[in-house]
Design a protein around this ligand. Structure first.
Ligand SMILES: [Cu+2]
Length: 172
């Protein structure tokens, strides 16, 4: 993994700096963001095609905020990190969240219908109830984590999608 060699390089550099400064101690290497991440109850709404969404609880056991910057799944050609907000007309719409999902230090972020969610933009292979799919999250330090998520039938989560070009109903 590139992450590992990068981290090794960083540790070597820190050690060199510590020696140069005659500190005599080596600072512990910062843990990668994926190492302090855990998830629970992640699931995806069943869909034969088009848009659908994934939900669950994302937890950060680390001492600093954790940022999910992107997500992918083999079940969709692209995925976005969405938030649900009220637009100027009072309608609830969903849109790509700016700056990614921030999971507070020693806290968690709930992804739920009507709120933040992982948006499957275009399902390429049918997601059927009882199946599992995989979601890979990438953090701001480029580390990644893979989550296995069951597919469930769900009637809700039909928020309008605002891609900045006007509203679009994701339908069913
Ligand atoms: Cu969405």
């Amino acid at each position: 993994m590139n992450t590992r060699s990068l981290r090794f390089g960083a540790v070597a550099l820190l050690a060199t700096l510590a020696l140069a400064g005659c500190a005599g101690t080596t600072a512990p290497a910062p843990a990668s963001e994926s190492a302090v991440f855990s998830s629970s109850n992640v699931w995806v709404k069943a869909a034969d095609g088009g848009m659908t969404a994934g939900f669950g609880e994302l937890t950060n056991t680390g001492d600093t905020d954790l940022t999910v910057v992107s997500a992918t799944s083999p079940a969709t050609s692209s995925m976005q990190l969405h938030e649900t907000v009220q637009n100027e007309n009072g309608q609830m719409i969903m849109r790509e969240v700016e700056g990614g999902f921030v999971i507070p230090a020693h806290g968690s972020l709930a992804l739920a219908p009507g709120g933040n969610h992982l948006m499957f933009m275009d399902v390429t292979s049918p997601l059927r109830a009882g199946d599992d799919t995989t979601i890979t999250l990438t953090f701001s330090d480029a580390s990644t984590v893979e989550i296995t998520a069951p597919v469930k039938e769900f009637a809700g989560a039909n928020e309008n999608y605002d891609d900045g070009m006007g509203d679009m109903d994701m339908g069913k």
